[in-house]
Design a protein around this ligand. Sequence first.
Ligand code: AMP
Length: 460
Amino acid sequence: MHFSDLGLLPEITQALLNKGYETPTPIQAKAIPAIIDGRDVMAAAQTGTGKTAGFTLPMLQLLSRGPKARANYVRALVLTPTRELADQVWQNVETYSQNLKLSCQVVYGGVKINPQMMNLRKGADILVATPGRLLDLFSQNALKFDHLEMLVLDEADRMLDMGFIHDIKRIIKLLPRKRQNLLFSATFSDEIRELAKGLINDPIEISVAPKNSTAKSVEQLVYEVDKGKRAALLKHLITTYDWQQVLVFTRTKHGANRLVRDLESAKLTAAAIHGNKSQSARMKALNGFKAQEVRVLVATDIVARGLDIQELPHVVNFDLPNVYEDYVHRIGRTGRAGASGEAVSFVTKEDALDLFGIERLIQQVITRKVEPGFEPKESIPESKLDTRPIKAKKPKKPKKPKPQTEQAGETPAVKKPVAKPKKKPNITGSKPQNEPRKPPKTDQARPKKPSRGTFRSTKG
Ligand code: AMP
């Protein structure tokens, strides 16, 4: 099957050829015709399946027909949970729309709001946004939704995990009733179905990746190692086996920073990406990694989810994740779009129960390995895979969130929003500075102090 068989315009198929795409992925083959047909779509698809093109290509096609957006008006709104994902979606839209006269803008928190307001005066055929900043811009009259034709919720499950449900509901109330809705989510949980009820109209349901299945092209390995030897083992693996690019996950922001210092002292280029970093530092780290100037990117879960890094050969779980489902998301960063990859987990004796929980979730015993010179004092007990279904482990409740955590976005993912806001935020008036919208929510779009950063708008 070719993209032209899906009824896409030659301007769009040409952009795909330039990008080197030959055939549509399964989600694209199913979603594109349905969306072009004007149907609402609910799709269960994880990052790595080509879902972004799955909704942006037909969206561009539909938008290319109508009149361009007027000042401050938005014709299609894409909501994403994190700034990085917003930027990634925006970059995709830019690439795919290179032969079309459509304007696309991206807005998120952590950067100054004024340039965003100025740019929105030109209107946006497509606006990619994180929920918090979108509401801020609306409250400052920088956005008008009366002409909105399409709403996309990308990584809807993650938005719910991060406590964005109230923001999303508030945003939906601002939109015209007649519109096309697309909902993309890694899974169709009860919460997602509940959200969809009030949002989506007679949808076509598409599912391409079975829940919690790990990519076939990823080789998974567990290295048994003592806690204090993990950094040395990581340096050893990188240098001995000449790993050119590796994404490393740590459980905490401090752990990420400490590991970066350790790697740098061994003359390995490394950068950390987590919610305590300013938006510009996060983008610098990510872009440096993508440009292969940074060999090791050390990340925490929330920020890393959804990052699209081409054909990443190695992912290391320096710490096992707090939430077992994050294991699947983490290793989804490697072996993508047909490329093979290796996902390595460092497991200490104390982590044995978490390892067994993950194995139960993925229904697979992961191969164990001990690297010569790094033998642990005590081995992990044998896995006895229990095939009873397991619910994802919920992290312990944070004792009392620090202000920076509330602002910068690092609360571990949980199934339900952790706390309800005490009172309804005022979206039409100004909000006291530094007041968190709802503790301990992770609002990526709402930093403590706006820092200098990128804002992009193009083509008009
Ligand atoms: P996504 O799931 O949207 O994050 O996309 C995962 C990766 O697959 C991205 O790097 C895309 O550029 C790439 N991709 C998307 N569609 C195709 C396709 N039809 N052929 C080849 N690569 C693709």
